[in-house]
Write a protein that binds this ligand. Sequence first.
Ligand SMILES: [Zn+2]
Length: 315
Amino acid sequence: MHASEIIPGVYVAKGKFADEFGFISSYLIVDGDAAIIIDPGTAGDPGKEMLDFVRTIGLNPKSDIIAILCTHGHPDHIGGAGIIRKTTGAPIMIHKKDAEMVTDPTSFIKTRLRLDFGGRMKMKVDTGPLRVNYRPAEVGRTLNDGDIIEVGNTTLKVIHTGGHSAGHCSFYDAGRKMLFSGDEVNNFPNDPRKFYVDLSGSLTARRAGINRLADLVVEYLMPSHDVAHMLSEVSLQFKEARDGIIQFQDAVLSHLTARGEADLEQMIFDIQQARSIPTPTDDYGLFTTTLEVCLRDLSRAGLIRVDGNGIWRPI
Ligand SMILES: [Zn+2]
């Protein structure tokens, strides 16, 4: 694990490079003799290595870590939360709609991905960043939109975006113009590997969430994958993330319109053949999940409908 101070008192720890997921990033904010960890990472990496790092900068994990803050409940970001909680005694904080993945880790596989039996079996032996290899832990505080988290003199505002997953939150430090964006806005918004939403998420909510984030004054964008963005690049990140979602929705709609009617499998085939939008090639079925969420969003908007046999049609 490599950790560095990005701006005074704010550290990033990068886990190992995890193929399609890039680097998984954890953050540490230190203010006086108090510190909080944001997104502890997988169970091992950065995960418990964060504790070693905390000691190397002269902090006592037991007395100085006051909170473990989670942008959302996916295993690549909360896997390490339980171990850190056990050592530090600090409360795990996460939005109530993602809290179940902390208290019941298998709920990620059961309710957030669209996996068939074979897929679920495969997840049991998975060694990738989404592996569920951690024990249930207690949530100390559930977060709501507008909540304030304080560490020393630093104040973080909770912004519930709920696109990437139903309980996804970003954390904003207005004083330092710093946004911890989690997986809602990350480095390569159009990258198929980072584009997905889980079954509880929504592309419409993601667009609305990004619009809210784009209204903030942000000089430091701290995503939960790869590296932080600073200064002038930040507004472009928001724009690209938003454009990527619109492009995805448009492509799905135009494929369905061209065919007249299609089920999920047909849509996947058509889109992959046409290469009209980036599609992840992971083992987790993230593209199927994202496509299903997109179809539901378009249906809610009155643009398409589905019949009892799972056949989608434009209206
Ligand atoms: Zn995620």
